[in-house]
Design a protein around this ligand. Structure first.
Ligand code: G
Ligand code: G
Ligand code: MN
Ligand code: NA
Length: 253
């Protein structure tokens, strides 16, 4: 209950920040994008993880407000990086309730214009369930974002409704294999086969594919051998505070 009260204040006083986790391109070994992951700097409790407050945010009906605030934060971050000569795209998670919101596209357009940020620098991560909710509407919506120059990727792929029809219809850019498949890949033949099939599927549809949750070199080598395009995970970097993320980028390029 008190956390709920704190939440309103947090939104007003801008107590949310992003950590940034790199996505590495397996072809050239470089960072191709950062994923923005929200943290709440609570005045008493310190750094809170999304799992500690996002359910509450949703429960009290503030997730639309938070998502819009975080979208602005993402675009403002890109503008700031641009001023520093840093041009790395940023992927932002969208909670299912907010995707396809009336006004989201307009809001995005305004933000990109106001901060003078190219839409090509922004990527929205949605889950399969979000995409599938109303496939007709969903694919039109993704197409409109793509026409604006904003890329959309599917997060946690393989854990939602596993209908594949939407992949064909939606002009999504990237598929992110859920980390649960990667974790056991080296020891579990079925998981290995599933990943292999996902890579083939993605490439057959002209989409890029990234594996999440890569924690060791053995996993990386298997993913490379399977022609996975990119990886993300603790092996390369945990989600980092902004200064550390920028320092890493400087050593990378
Ligand atoms: O590090 P990690 O604990 O950061 O993130 C846990 C989950 O919280 C992620 O799977 C993601 O779905 C969600 N999440 C993280 N950051 C954001 C954000 O900025 N917006 C939304 N809507 N969800 C986020
Ligand atoms: O948005 P998404 O559900 O993909 O959020 C990614 C989540 O996975 C974040 O909570 C992030 O901290 C976490 N994560 C990122 N890399 C790894 C990893 O290599 N191992 C594990 N266990 N978690 C990871
Ligand atoms: Mn994500
Ligand atoms: Na994920």
């Amino acid at each position: 209950l008190s956390l709920e009260k704190d939440l309103l204040q947090a939104l007003e006083q801008d107590q949310f920040i992003f950590y940034f986790q790199p996505q590495w391109n397996l072809r050239d070994g470089r960072i191709e994008a950062y994923e923005a992951l929200v943290r709440w700097i609570h005045p008493d409790k310190g750094l809170l993880m999304p799992g500690q407050f996002l359910p509450l945010v949703e429960q009290v009906g503030l997730s639309q407000e938070l998502d819009l605030l975080l979208l602005e934060k993402a675009v403002a971050t890109l503008a700031d990086w641009k001023r520093q000569g840093i041009t790395v795209p940023l992927a932002v998670n969208m909670s299912p309730v907010n995707f396809q919101l009336d006004g989201l596209k307009k809001r995005l357009q305004q933000l990109l214009l106001r901060y003078q940020v190219s839409p090509a620098m922004l990527e929205l991560e949605i889950t399969e369930n979000t995409a599938m909710n109303d496939m007709e509407k969903g694919s039109n919506y993704v197409a409109e974002l793509q026409q604006m120059g904003i890329r959309v990727s599917i997060d946690d792929f393989g854990t939602g409704y596993s209908s594949l029809g939407y992949l064909r219809k939606m002009p999504i850019d990237k598929i992110k294999i859920d980390r649960s498949f990667v974790t056991e890949m080296a020891t579990n033949d079925s998981d290995m086969m599933i990943i292999k099939t996902m890579v083939t599927l993605a490439h057959g549809l002209g989409k890029r594919i990234l594996a999440e949750g890569v924690e060791n070199q053995a996993q990386l080598e298997v993913l490379r051998a399977l022609s996975c395009d990119a990886i993300q995970g603790y092996l390369l970097a945990k989600p980092l505070p902004e200064q550390d993320a920028l320092a890493l980028l400087a050593t990378d390029n």
